[in-house]
Write a new protein. Structure first.
Length: 60
């Protein structure tokens, strides 16, 4: 290939790499959000179970 087409290919590749890196960062951030969400859901469930347990003991 000509030097021009090689330079063009290199440019396309570096553009793709940049896009992939930013996509990866977005995915990591989204995954982080999900983990936080899951953790708070689990905490809520734990609190509800604790409440239910306390109410059961009051019934006895």
């Amino acid at each position: 290939g000509t030097p021009e087409s090689l330079a063009e290919k290199e440019h396309q590749l570096s553009t793709m790499i940049t896009q992939l890196i930013s996509l990866r960062e977005q995915l990591l951030a989204a995954h982080d959000e999900q983990k936080k969400l899951a953790a708070s859901q689990m905490e809520k469930q734990r609190q509800q179970m604790e409440l239910a347990r306390q109410q059961q003991e009051q019934v006895r």
